[in-house]
Design a protein around this ligand. Structure first.
Ligand SMILES: CC(C)[C@@](O)(CC(=O)O)C(=O)O
Ligand code: SF4
Length: 596
């Protein structure tokens, strides 16, 4: 890497999400080169054609937030972007960029003092100069420098002595003793590593309990895995491949992803391959891959969901996944933690989704970057595992590395474990939380994330009455049985408003079957809903109800990013299933309370 270079600046704002960088509909394309013309399409459709090799991007807070799609980093690299300078970076993107050998520079001051078209001079590892002002470049950690020195994680892993890898962790190691003075995340990392002690900021190498990968990235993971020189997966019992995003096929390149998904089974003996059984995050819970005490990595940002049962679980990109399934380990920095306490009883018409939406509004989309969000309090204890999963799922929308709930009787029953074996994982009064947010449950109302930001959160009274064109009930956040039950309760014996489309997508086949057996689907259909096969569906904006023009959608999913559901001019509101159902009834955003 040359030490000094000059680049032309392209300026982008805060919270440039990875859907903006490269939309989901392009992710299955056969090559990164084919994705380059679509860079930044929903936000600045003209930009891709104007980018030149050697250019730099200068952005505000939280660059690369949202999805774990590594293509966001690798397409920028393929387009020849020389470096990205931002006030802060979302951490999955940060790791993905480093793993691709793409230089990222954190600088809080440059953004406000430069303009598009300026030239920035970069002296790597030392300083930036722009318009006569010099800005220091913060030092990178040893682990990051090591990867950059090799030019990315693939060459780094090629050089790894594979015969010296630690054996996979034994399977039944749940039992442990409580470590006082530590957050839940720290306790889990201590449990996994057997370290004497650790603190936020320390770098540890964890042994992986489960790895979950999905169809969109299968060809890339496969390729990187081979290029790294691995010839076997670390443990075929602990690698799961899930065909959930792309099925049923809607674009030409999709079947290639299915073929690669299958190759992990055919060539490496991976035991669990799930084809069209539902969304990976729901399946991981149903199949008990997620369990207390485990460390789990998934190629999806919403892997944080598994924290609902006391697993330290987080999203990674495809290169990191290749290295995980080859080596069975990964380095991570111990996160600091924020405690969220909710006491009391939630009012009628308020659901777990409303808890996480309010927290997101308070923390903001960049407010928990690389932190563990840990939930407790009497209202939290009353929630089902499904409700906790909805909360843990969306923790990544404020940048969290992990979300955690201490296991209790409900967790133990759900996961089929003995609570006595995992109650070492519990909140400790002396644990050093960086921040504590405390709420009284009776102060909650239904909340909505309003266009165009997950943290643009308003109580329902601010937006009630807004006309909607389409309502979506589904996704890894709120496509579970309880969610369909809440929607069915609102819609029972009623009909949705004329001209409103209501699309219901159960999160898994099991949810679908149960919802049919219990009569929820019949209720929903009689009210005017269309029920689709279980998969990611409309949440990812590839098929099944894409919106056009400036249509308004209310959905139970997790992202209202520009263009995520189709047209960049469309406006998406995120809410609980009950709010979504009530809005379908009235044809405008509505409080569910009168219908419950
Ligand atoms: C692959 C993609 C559609 C993804 O599931 C990826 C992710 O969140 O990491 C998303 O929701 O953006
Ligand atoms: S349901 Fe949506 S957010 Fe969840 S994994 Fe699928 S596309 Fe991503």
């Amino acid at each position: 890497m040359e030490q000094t270079f000059r680049s032309r600046v392209w300026q982008l704002g805060d919270n440039i999400d990875t859907d903006i960088i490269i939309m989901t509909k392009y992710l299955a394309k056969a090559s990164l080169q084919e994705m380059v013309p679509h860079l930044f399409e929903p936000l600045r459709p003209d930009l891709a054609a104007r980018l030149r090799p050697g250019d730099a991007i200068v952005a505000g807070e939280n660059f690369g937030c949202g999805s774990s799609r590594e293509m966001a980093a690798s397409v920028l690299k393929t387009a020849g972007i020389r470096c990205i300078i931002a006030k802060s970076f979302a951490k999955i993107f940060f790791r993905n960029a480093i793993n691709n050998g793409l230089l990222l520079i954190e600088c809080r001051d440059l953004y406000d003092r430069c303009r598009e078209g300026d030239t920035v001079e970069v002296e790597v590892g030392r300083q930036l100069t722009c318009n006569g002002t010099a800005y220091p470049i913060p030092a990178l950690s040893r682990e990051v420098l090591d990867i950059l020195r090799y030019g990315g994680l693939v060459p780094r892993m090629q050089a790894l002595d594979k015969s010296a890898l630690a054996a996979p962790a034994p399977r039944d190691t749940l039992r442990d003793t409580h470590r006082p003075g530590h957050t839940l995340a720290e306790q889990l990392l201590l449990h996994n590593t057997g370290a004497e002690d650790l603190r936020p900021g320390d770098v540890v190498t964890v042994r992986v309990d489960e790895a979950v990968l999905h169809d969109i990235y299968a060809p890339y993971i496969f390729q990187q895995f081979r290029d790294m020189g691995f010839d076997r997966v670390f443990d075929p019992e602990r690698v799961s491949v899930m065909v959930d995003h792309l099925y049923p096929t809607c674009l030409d390149d999709d079947p290639r992803c299915f073929r690669y998904s299958r190759r992990f089974q055919d060539e490496y003996g991976v035991k669990r391959l799930y084809v069209a059984d539902g969304i990976s995050h729901q399946l991981a819970l149903e199949e008990r891959l997620a369990a207390p005490g485990r460390i789990i990595f998934g190629t999806d940002s919403h892997t944080t969901t598994y924290g609902a049962v006391g697993a330290f679980a987080t999203g990674v990109g495809y290169t990191e996944m290749a290295s995980i399934i080859g080596s069975g380990q990964l380095w991570i920095r111990v996160p600091s933690a924020i405690k969220v306490v909710v006491n009391g009883t939630l009012p009628m018409g308020v659901f777990p989704k409303d808890i996480i939406l309010r927290v997101l509004g308070d923390l903001t989309a960049a407010g928990a970057i690389y932190k563990s969000l840990e939930f407790t309090g009497s209202a939290i204890r009353q929630l089902s595992v499904s409700g906790r999963a909805a909360i843990a799922n969306m923790a990544v929308e404020c940048g969290a590395k992990a979300a955690l709930f201490a296991p209790d009787e409900k967790t133990a029953a759900f996961c089929g474990v003995d609570l006595a074996d995992c109650d070492w994982l519990r909140f400790d009064e002396d644990a050093p939380y960086e921040r504590v947010l405390t709420y009284e449950a009776d102060t909650f109302t239904p909340y909505l994330s309003c266009p165009y930001g997950v943290d643009n959160v308003h109580p329902i009274r601010d937006v009630a009455g807004t006309p909607v064109d389409q309502v979506f009930i589904g996704s890894c956040t709120n496509g579970r049985l309880e969610d369909l039950a809440a929607a069915a309760k609102v819609l029972e014996g009623r009909s949705i408003a004329p001209y409103v489309r209501l699309i219901v997508t159960p999160a898994s086949k099991a949810v679908y079957r149960e919802a049919a057996r219990l009569g929820y689907l019949k209720t929903l259909v009689q009210a005017g809903a269309m029920v689709t096969h279980p998969f990611c569906g409309l949440c990812q904006g590839r098929s099944g109800g894409l919106v056009s023009g400036d249509q308004v959608v209310i959905g139970t999913h997790n992202r209202n990013f520009i263009g995520r559901m189709g047209s960049p001019a469309a406006r998406t509101y995120l809410a609980s299933p009950a709010v979504a159902a009530a809005s379908a009834l009235e044809g405008r955003i509505a409080d569910p309370a009168p219908y419950l």
